[in-house]
Design a protein around this ligand. Sequence first.
Ligand code: NAP
Length: 325
Amino acid sequence: MSRQRSLGIGLLGLGTVGSAVARTFAERSRHLDLAAGRPLRLVAAAVRDVSRPREAGDVPITQDPFAILDDPSVDIVVEVIGGVAPAHDLHLAAFERGKHVVTANKELIAKEWDVLHQAARLSKRQLRFEASVAAAVPVIAGARTLGASHPRAVRGLLNGTSTFICSRMESGATFDDALLEAQRAGYAEADPTSDIDGLDAAYKLVILVRVLGRPAHPDDVQRTSLRGTTLASFQAAVARGRTIRSLAIAELDGGRVRARVGPEEVAAASLEGGASGPTNVVTFETDLAGTLTFRGPGAGGPATASAILGDVIAIARGGASMTGA
Ligand SMILES: NC(=O)c1ccc[n+]([C@@H]2O[C@H](COP(=O)([O-])OP(=O)(O)OC[C@H]3O[C@@H](n4cnc5c(N)ncnc54)[C@H](OP(=O)(O)O)[C@@H]3O)[C@@H](O)[C@H]2O)c1
């Protein structure tokens, strides 16, 4: 390994994703150092409730995010709190202090793309968010390789809860039973509104469109809730060799972007029709590169930690700026 100085990482959030990042540091530190080409050190993690028991290795825990942001030994801030407040202000504070930011926070990136990218540019630091769309599946990295092509459309299954519910309904479960099952299996939140009504997928779709260089905002995505899809419509689709999935689709026609999320029929034998849980499927249709499809685990602590640490390693290796500048 080279003799470059070590890089300090500070975690904001130590829930499902943050704990998986901390455990990965604890379990394979040497492997991460080799991949990064220099030592990586997990300095500390900020949480809301320090008394909560957690499986997160032996990372020091604080209740004050600014203890991490103001620590000169922290070079990269990994924000896995989620939502807009206080994450938005914490991102800006990190850039003001000259830190790079890595996040899985799709809502914040989708809503505040311009502000965050400008802050990253001004501070000459990187903002990376591979984990924010399809977790471990490298769709953001993939989209960034398409700069020479004219992308015509991006479509996919971007929400595991909806995919799980659709796969259960095609087997005869009612919407309510399928949702209950998704909650019991740990796919759906106690409040599944964001998944069922398409907001979560809309955030991810917006990020993909922005990475492809087109304008987009979550408010402009037309959303149809999965709640209105009946068992009868699934039965009718299945009888025709088809099924229903909640699809996120953006059609990129010249300068115009038309984006929608909601239940649509797909071929039962397709990758989308065959997906049954947290598996995400993302397809780019382009002129030069033809049709490119990515598929893999789009949720869960370890899969999301994989993408986050991939971003950390890219920064450590001095990868090109990902601010979208
Ligand atoms: N879970 C997934 O599979 C997945 C996949 C892809 C992307 N993501 C994204 O990753 C992010 C994190 O998701 P998650 O599932 O890990 O969430 P989570 O389990 O709810 O964890 C959130 C963490 O943030 C901490 N927190 C909340 N408010 C805070 C504050 N004001 N200051 C400091 N810490 C605070 C919480 O502290 P306490 O522990 O003390 O409550 C908790 O540790 C979200 O943006 C989510 O959309 C998640």
